[in-house]
Design a binder for this molecule. Sequence first.
Ligand code: ADP
Ligand code: ZN
Ligand code: ZN
Length: 697
Amino acid sequence: MQTDSPSAVEHQTRPAVYVGVLVDVPLPGVFDYRWPFDTAPQVGESVVVPWGTKSVWAWVWEVRPSPAAGVDKARIRDVLSRIEQAPILEKRWRDLLEFASRYYHHPLGACVADALPRVMKHLGKDATAPAALRKWDKRQREGTGQASAASGAPAQEPILNSEQQAAVDALCRRDCFSVTLLHGVTGSGKTEVYLRAIAHHVGLGQQCLLLLPEINLTPQVEAYLTSRLPGLRIATLHSNLADGARATRWLAAQAGQLDLIIATRLGVFTPMPRLGLIVVDEEHDASYKQMEGLKYSARDLSIMLGRIHDAPVVLGSATPSLETWHRVKNEQYALLQLTQRAAAGAQLPSVELIDTRINRTQDGLTQAAMDAIRDVLAQGMQALVFLNRRGYAPALTCNACGWVADCKSCSAHMVWHRVDRQLRCHHCGHASRVPVRCPTCGNQDLSAFGRGTQRVEEALQQLFPKAGLLRIDADSTRGKTGAQDAFAAAHGDAVDILVGTQMVAKGHDFQRVKLVVALNVDASLFSHQPKAAERLFAQLMQVSGRAGRTGGAGRFLVQTGYPEHALFACLKKQDYEGFARHELSLRKEAGIPPFAFQALLRADHKKLDVAMAFLRDARDMAYEHIASMTVPDSEFINVCDPVALTVVRVAKVERAQLLVESSSRQLLQSLLTDWLAQLSAMRTPARWFVDVDPTEI
Ligand code: ADP
Ligand code: ZN
Ligand code: ZN
């Protein structure tokens, strides 16, 4: 809204003011405009500027007496109007975004636009403030904030065990930036430790940020914290929220009206002026890495956020990521440990390996696993069957000619979804009906290969017809309340057998699960992905933690054809540290993270040749840059040859990549800065981007 219009008379006497603004475009840097208003611009305020023939929302990032060097004064246009309803983006928030843009080599304007709630980057000709902003503005003036009031009696406060107490004491003493790993076995009561630390910091008038890996975990944690800390003004933030709600909470956080934000990865971009404590639960979790647009790690950015606010950061996990553990070993991070399960009578389950070379499987299950399930059902307890997703999608094949249903647009098999009689591509989303007969030979005898979640579910239902069975995976929980309903049911009495993927492994406090059976883990043992073993170990430790949460030990059965694998020896002893030592020694030898730093350059094009040609040129340019850099003898930096991705074609686009590795983060970053600038100036029909600290290669 234009508040003070420029007056022609004043314009001549007043010294000119220029602003550098950010716009949501894939171009780096700020853009120069003249400031035509009487009152001075504020850094962080929202404005509307002309952009080509359009007018767009923009953010004032710099204020200066003359335009940037090399910009022709005569060609600079005026800012059109100020958007007063929009809040001023505060300094430390801007600092975080600037860091993210630099570190991940993503245009700052696009970073800011991505990090803001959608309604706040709404682009409009007249820049009418969206409804959410107006509502917030009104609420602000009325001073009602956004607190979620607790209902019912507060939950009982448990007496901390000595390890928990020691951890809480240590965290309450932290009053400036530090990173602490809270390494606690599953069920050791990490949530209670977070809760006490949060209560302490809120008591000092500070705001706290609690990041969780899974959207489905936020209601459970919010309910627990709300019931225990009834006075706290808590809000959750995640991508399933309606735009208006997200904007309202974001604004309330920036206005200091919220004490605690519980959020998924995007929550790291919540502005909190009085931030005093950051907790990242399950810090090792893959979902903290954003794979689209700004490819950030919310765990890593939360450490930078702590630095910017001079606030302590707590990373919690039963199976910390190896990069975090490596830093603990190097004494860059402090360590607090919880070695016991917190709830009375809760014990860690015993781990038993079932050798599938000896015990043959039928429909994916061995006799030993079936017997164990039968036993817990007879005791009136629950069994959880965990399916490692990798290699689990069932494809449709012709038993006569060997035809397999493939996606037309991707180099991948279609996945057979029995229930809706559909073939779906898990890469591009394309769906089609299951054919009645083979399209190549006409044979009608089509069947599945690969065991899907649904197939295991069917086999279990046949084996245990009286048992209540519930499948929890991305398919069964689709829709707004799907996951909530499924988890509510899982906690209830009607469910005897739970079948699920990663989703069931995380964080849920199932009270009646006595047995966990893990199927199809072997693909991850020999994956080319460097993090595959680490992730499998974490998943198995985590899912084993679902057994025996209360009253007596549970059992954990793992079916594998490789029971002698080192990973299982550590799993049997529940020995995270042993696993970490082993895995870190392998990585040190291989010279891969955390002993090196990586960046990926990805290129996509309809023709693989085009993408590969671009990458080869890019590689040669990188060589030239490296040749002109001074690399100390103790360090290395190298560029690998470009390769096509394993699933090379997705949605008719072919994909290839090139890996850059260095022993030094600084060397890597300085190469990226110069090299990417040069690539940006290059003309190529390929679409390309960079991924710093890739989690999948
Ligand atoms: P983690 O996150 O470490 O896996 P949780 O925070 O889910 O563990 O805690 C596991 C269970 O132990 C929960 O039911 C929790 O209420 C309970 N619990 C936590 N601390 C205590 C305590 N000091 N005494 C008794 N029960 C506790
Ligand atoms: Zn056929
Ligand atoms: Zn596809």
